[in-house]
Write a protein that binds this ligand. Structure first.
Ligand SMILES: [Fe+2]
Length: 198
């Protein structure tokens, strides 16, 4: 099954002022497209053709670095567009909010830990809210890696590659992460993934 670039679930200018149309034009139309195109080339002859995207990501991890980088980033970005929405942030659906309080102390403690994971990721990578062994965890990963290859299910991720924020925030990664958490997160989609995983 070939990888395909999905349309954004909203217009390019829908996330302004927190994420500009210019950022999404580069990030979705060029960067994500490159992961799809390169991933499709590297999938040929890999022995993983015909597998689901999740199976390709896990199967290439540790054995086919080029394919893993591109398939991992394709997976991460597919979700990343859906992890955001116009007028995002705000209230967290009840069952997920209760689980965050149970496992991570409070919603504020979660937000702080998530932002700090993103700030503390040296170089390119992602910060995450993931479900591992029935418990919520905040984690960070380098480059295209994700919770799937760390025996966990990703529920929310924020891209901290410079291509995700440099046009709008320059070097102010903490401000970008704060805007993501407070104004962009599509909590209904996160809750949908939590329900499916639990
Ligand atoms: Fe990205």
């Amino acid at each position: 099954m070939a990888f395909e670039l999905p349309d954004l679930p909203y217009p390019h200018d829908a996330l302004q002022p927190y994420m500009s149309a210019e950022t999404l034009e580069y990030h979705h139309d060029k960067h994500h497209k490159a992961y799809v195109d390169n991933g499709n080339k590297l999938l040929q002859g890999s022995g993983l053709e015909g597998k689901s995207l999740e199976e390709v990501v896990k199967g290439a991890y540790g054995s086919n670095q080029g394919l893993f980088n591109n398939a991992g980033q394709h997976f991460n970005h597919l979700h990343f567009w859906k992890w955001m929405k116009p007028n995002g942030g705000g209230a967290i659906p009840g069952a997920l909010e209760a689980k965050i309080k149970e496992d991570l102390g409070s919603v504020d403690a979660f937000k702080e830990a998530f932002i700090q994971a993103g700030v503390g990721q040296f170089g390119s990578g992602w910060c995450w809210l993931a479900l591992k062994n029935g418990k919520l965890e905040v984690m960070k990963t380098p480059n295209g890696e994700n919770p799937l290859v760390n025996d966990a299910t990703p529920l929310l991720g924020c891209d901290v590659w410079e291509h995700s924020y440099y046009i709008d925030y320059r070097n102010r990664r903490p401000d970008y992460l704060k805007a993501f958490v407070e104004n962009l997160v599509n909590w209904e989609y996160v809750a949908e993934l939590y329900d499916a995983a639990s």
